[in-house]
Design a protein around this ligand. Structure first.
Ligand SMILES: NC(=O)c1ccc[n+]([C@@H]2O[C@H](COP(=O)([O-])OP(=O)(O)OC[C@H]3O[C@@H](n4cnc5c(N)ncnc54)[C@H](OP(=O)(O)O)[C@@H]3O)[C@@H](O)[C@H]2O)c1
Length: 232
């Protein structure tokens, strides 16, 4: 298990299909977790080292308030694991409406911009920090009928790699993980007949995120790491 005991980790989307695995893995590894989403509560993870801090990341002031609150209550943020995001699609570009485009850009690109902008200054001040964001295969390999999703995840990868460049002299690493379809309850519910055996196990993505925030990964930055498994 990567050595992250004692870290303060801010996890966005902490109670989602993937986020709950990431949160549990961090807690099991001895980290203190500030978990955020719009509806999160302390009861979602009954653990003495878990603190729920609800926030809507599409609101820049809320993202800043989230970071300020975590630093005030837990003293610092060693690592950010940005899991929050979402999916919409099903039509080609010429049939994609403004609402779909806006929701994907807000949830996957703008929210990432807001949380990165809020978390980088205290990390720079501390002279250390780890940023991991969950992108998607679609962010580097677009597919038909998911243009808004693909473009928003491409923007996320670009933001993370820019954060890596801008902060390479400040002790901060920033990396993106690009999963294929993940074996979540929501995906199984959506398509119970689909091949769960080829889907990516959330626990494996969580293990990679933990490695990236551990000291062992101190020189890995600016990476966009594909995790496609048998979907390759
Ligand atoms: N599932 C897949 O197959 C798959 C594949 C590739 C990449 N991904 C990416 O992996 C990540 C996790 O996916 P998932 O399937 O675990 O998603 P999920 O179950 O839908 O979880 C998304 C999380 O984000 C939070 N969230 C949504 N909107 C938010 C907002 N405006 N502000 C703050 N939090 C917000 C949700 O909680 P609240 O509703 O309480 O806010 C929830 O905790 C996403 O970035 C997704 O794009 C997923």
């Amino acid at each position: 298990m990567p050595e992250i005991a004692g870290q303060v980790v801010l996890i966005t989307g902490a109670k989602g299909g993937l986020g709950s695995s990431v949160t549990r893995a961090c807690l099991d590894a001895g980290a203190t977790v500030a978990g955020t989403s719009r509806s999160i509560a302390n009861a979602d993870f009954a653990h003495p080292h878990f603190a729920a801090v609800p926030a809507d990341l599409s609101d820049p002031a809320a993202a800043q308030h989230l970071v300020d609150t975590v630093i005030q209550s837990l003293g610092r943020i060693d690592s950010l694991i940005h899991v929050a995001g979402g999916f919409a699609g099903g039509a080609p570009i010429h049939q994609t409406d403004e609402a779909t485009w806006d929701s994907m850009m807000n949830l996957n690109a703008r929210a990432a911009f807001h949380i990165l902008r809020a978390v980088i200054p205290p990390m720079r001040k501390a002279g250390t920090g780890r940023i991991v964001a969950i992108g998607s295969r679609a962010g580097v390999q677009p597919a038909v009928n998911i243009s808004a999703y693909s473009a928003s995840k491409a923007a996320l990868v670009s933001l993370v790699q820019t954060a890596a460049l801008e902060n390479r002299d400040a002790g901060i690493t920033a990396n993106a993980i690009l999963p294929g379809t993940i074996d979540t309850q929501a995906n199984r519910k959506f398509d119970p007949t689909a091949g769960g055996e080829t889907w990516i196990a959330p626990e494996r993505l969580a293990a990679l995120a933990l490695f990236l925030i551990s000291d062992a990964a101190a020189q890995i930055t600016g990476a966009a790491i594909p995790v496609y498994g048998a979907q390759l």
